[in-house]
Design a protein around this ligand. Structure first.
Ligand code: PLP
Length: 398
């Protein structure tokens, strides 16, 4: 018999499964609010003009395709560091940050998890309740036991900060705490600056290992403003991890461009940490791909392209904000009495709407509007043509 005879069928990825159902739907009014991708007002994933310019220059130069360094090119890693820690960062000047190019934010989390497992095999990993659905699976596949810490407060559609803080304060030293640096996925509910300072203090007092996941830098308030959590941890003197991604901010999803940065206590520690991180990478995929990272590095190192990118990123951010306002207004206009003002308080691409699984089913069956059964919707899939249709449908199902 086949060596695969006993292989069981794995469950479908819930969000990718939703996409398949959406693609098969023949209604012309269908709307996909499930997947976490930014679309422009025409419903298309944009190819940013700054990316096009860098790509064109690169293709004209016809570069050879040798292997990259295991940790990616220095120009890319240094550009990543400046975005996260700021141009004048003391940590960077002191050589306390190690950065390696990674296969998107997911790949950064994975090499970070593998490194941590070798470093501290007995520690547990804590993720927010709820969190990005891949966090648990990813850290479990690196061999960790994963638990939740309290986060979302359903009644206020915000953060239950006192419960979160109390829980973090009860954890044992060495516990790994995965934190969404901004634009929390799936809830859209972020910590305030004062709350971040308290989280930093708890991490210091308890000896926790912070692992920041920064998938949406620039989607809430701007590049530097959205790096607040990274900057506060940087100022704390703690050691910590940051997984970052250009999938959303450069609209380079399929190129898989991200990075893992690790803050150490001193320069000599950085050298040793990088040497071990390179072993993790070498035994996974040897070295990272060239194209996406070269585009990002070219854009970030050219003042003109960088300005163009910042303007385009601001355009995406403002369009989402505009859609939050438009959805709120339209829901009111369709006579809904319930308070939906949380939509404009939440940040980033997502909102936990509080819609029940049954209401989400009705949206799909009666209106061809696809959302995650938890009630998460992606605001970046709304546009001037579909927002009123979506609001009218929400008004009908609640
Ligand atoms: N982390 C969070 C919180 C995300 O929402 C995502 C993408 O949806 C990722 C990581 C992964 O990003 P990437 O596509 O760059 O792997």
């Amino acid at each position: 018999s086949s060596i695969f005879a006993g292989v069981e069928l794995a469950p479908r990825d819930p969000i990718l499964g939703l996409n398949e159902a959406f693609n098969a739907d023949t209604r012309s009014t269908k709307v996909n609010l499930g997947v976490g991708v930014y679309s422009d007002d025409n419903g298309k994933i944009p190819l940013l003009a700054a990316v096009q310019a860098a790509e064109k220059a690169r293709l004209e130069a016809l570069p050879a395709r040798g292997y990259q360094p295991i940790e990616g090119p220095a120009a890319y890693d240094s550009a990543v560091q400046k975005l996260l820690f700021g141009e004048g960062s003391e940590l960077l000047a002191a050589g306390r940050v190690v950065t390696a190019q990674a296969l998107g934010g997911t790949g950064a989390l994975k090499i970070g998890a593998d490194f941590l497992k070798r470093l501290n095999p007995a520690s547990k990993v804590y993720i927010s309740d709820p969190s990005w659905e891949n966090h648990r699976a990813l850290f479990e596949s690196a061999g960790f036991e994963v638990e939740n810490y309290p986060y979302y407060h359903a009644a206020s559609r915000g953060v239950d900060f006192s419960a979160m803080k109390a829980h973090l304060g009860s954890l044992s030293a060495g516990s790994v705490i995965v934190l969404h640096a901004c634009c929390h996925n799936p809830t859209g509910a972020d910590l305030s600056a004062a709350q971040w300072e308290e989280v930093v203090s708890v991490c210091r007092e308890r000896g926790l290992v912070p692992f920041l996941d920064m998938a949406y830098q620039g989607f809430a308030d701007g590049i530097d403003a959205d790096a607040l959590a990274v900057r506060l941890f940087a100022a704390s003197g703690l050691q910590f991890f940051v997984a970052s991604s250009f999938s959303k901010s450069f609209s380079l999803y399929g190129e898989r461009v991200g990075a893992l940065s690790i803050v150490t206590a001193a320069k000599d520690e950085s050298v040793r940490v990088l040497s071990q991180l390179k072993r993790v990478i070498r035994t996974n995929y040897s070295n990272p791909p060239i194209h996406g990272a070269a585009i990002v590095a070219a854009v970030l190192s050219s003042p003109a392209l960088r300005q163009q990118w910042e303007d385009e990123l601001a355009g995406m951010r403002e369009r989402i904000r505009g859609m939050r306002l438009a959805l709120l207004d339209a829901i009111k206009a369709h006579g809904v009495a319930a308070d939906f003002s949380f939509i404009t308080a939440q940040r980033g691409m997502f909102s936990y709407t509080g819609l029940s699984a049954a209401q989400v089913d009705r949206l799909r069956e009666e209106f061809g509007i696809y959302a995650v059964s938890t009630g998460r919707i992606c605001l970046a899939a709304l546009n001037s043509k579909n927002v009123d249709y979506v609001a009218a449908a929400i008004a009908k199902v609640i």
